[in-house]
Design a protein around this ligand. Sequence first.
Ligand SMILES: Nc1ncnc2c1ncn2[C@@H]1O[C@H](COP(=O)(O)OP(=O)(O)OP(=O)(O)O)[C@@H](O)[C@H]1O
Length: 649
Amino acid sequence: MIKSKPPSPYIYANRMADRRSNSSIDNISRTSFQSNSDNNSIFETASLISCVTCLSDTDTIDRSEASTTDTSKDDLSGYSKPHYSSVNGQLPANTVIPYGRILDARYIEKEPSHYYDAASSPSSPLKSSISGISEQDNIGEEAPFQPKERKGISLPRRSNSSSSLISSRSPSTKLVEVIFARPRRHDVVPKRVSLLIDYKPHPSPHLNEDDDLVEEILKRSYKNTRKNKSIFVIINPFGGKGKAKKLFMTKAKPLLLASRCSIEVVYTKYPGHAIEIAREMDIDKYDTIACASGDGIPHEVINGLYRRPDRVKAFNQLAITEIPCGSGNAMSVSCHWTNNPSYSTLCLIKSVETKIDLMCCSQPSYAREHPKLSFLSQTYGLIAETDINTEFIRWMGPARFELGVAFNILQKKRYPCEIYVKYAAKSKNELKTHYLEHKTKGSLEFQHIAMKKHNEDCHNYNYNYNSEYQAENGDEDEGEFEGEENDHPTFYDSADPIADQIKEEDFKVKYPLDEGVPCDWERLDPNISNNLGIFYTGKMPYVAADTKFFPAALPSDGTMDMVITDARTSLTRMAPILLGLDKGSHVLQPEVLHSKILAYKIVPKLTNGLFSVDGEKFPLEPLQVEIMPRLCKTLLRNGRYVDTDFDSM
Ligand SMILES: Nc1ncnc2c1ncn2[C@@H]1O[C@H](COP(=O)(O)OP(=O)(O)OP(=O)(O)O)[C@@H](O)[C@H]1O
């Protein structure tokens, strides 16, 4: 049976966080973002196979703890067939393993000694127990029991009587081992389960008995994402509380190997080393660079690639992503929706390669040689001082930042400067309109990519998804798309993948520093800029695990968000601003300026101080920044940033 469903948006939920809120959660895992599964997932396609029996075997080798050899470069490429402990016999009846959590599948020859028998009863769930379809949206979700029409592989009831079924199984049944990511405490770990599956391909003349079951499972498990990624891992052993290497080896590497990614690991040895590494690496060997670090290493990697003579190829080919092992981890929280290294790795494995805008920074001391790229933020004033000047209490982890901000606010320090801005949406109303327009556009783009791939798959089966959908729904006209709540697919002209490749001219600076401020830039009211408290511009919604500083940030809307506060704001008014940082509601406060901008120049009037760019220290001299649209590829869960609820604020 092939059952098609209309694609639907993704509903963000924080169920896991809620579920776990009663338990003690350490600072690594406390921010966990989930998506609700619903029956209309865009990844839902067709049911082609039915499961007969879930088997058990006796092999329970667990080798998930990976080697921690202290080499500067570990070559882990190639698949060494790691073993993971089996959960055969341990899963409750009707457990669903969502496709979004399946890492690998393969045929096995050995007949196990135990199995789940649910075939005897006509009402058995086993009759159609591989019933649903890939669902990338629920990769972080525990799925203990099978609700109606869950998408994934569902396991039948368990039985002790056995061998008769195995010996009498039909020739179409296949023995398959599925490796999947299973929640364990605050993490996900690879586990395996053996299944005896009666594979019944769709009875199309174009499908035959030999259509491959394992390929079908893998296809559904890796919808819209690159399978068997080739990943260059850069670990900053100094990152966070100095635990990056251990975090990567224990939380990330087992999942990467289980999903047959090939990985090569290098360690940074000094500040700035990742720039050199990215500038000199062999880009032909990889499709992904994963930074097991905070946000400092992705910043360096982007700038290392930028300085390569073949930078166009590098940015077109490589997706740059983060496994959160630092103290900031804004990239992981924004892009993978989690600050937990194992969930983030699962996201990396399952995420969609998406283009994001970068920001190009120029200052007199380096602009002539080469400007610098920023993917996250630039800040001056209170936050910059706090970010950099609390380095000495790095051992405190993320708390160092909160403590520093509180201290600086109490001091009421001013950071006088001149600011010139090229606005895209100046007022808060204009900003909201811009946000809603571009959020919908981004979502349509992603749905389109997913739909295109889906249609290709359907075409491969000589199966017309669209007409089936329309026949089922009796509706020929699904043209209208009203944002994410619309369940119906929209079909529009295909995005040309070649046109989406960047070219050398995309790196060209539009507003060179030495040409002065263009006449269409506006000067910020000196009354505010001379009493500046916070100046913060950014491209990702989170700047730290619990700080949603830019709730209106979008991956590729061609703008950056600017937030400004006045140091004269009274303490009683500063309180709701600071208390709103976790929810992002600070931008709604009347004392806070919030705009979407294309470029700016800031000229500090102080002689002591600094800029912080992506959390890195930059010199205190005039800084000019412009947006560089869609320059960089990264991995975004469901093709978008974590939901910030800005629309409903
Ligand atoms: N081996 C090393 N020794 C010292 N510093 C290093 C080393 N490797 C990288 N660095 C520097 O460490 C800084 C912070 O890196 P990273 O962002 O990974 O960690 P972090 O703990 O999250 O830091 P932050 O709090 O700035 O986000 C970067 O500026 C980087 O250049």
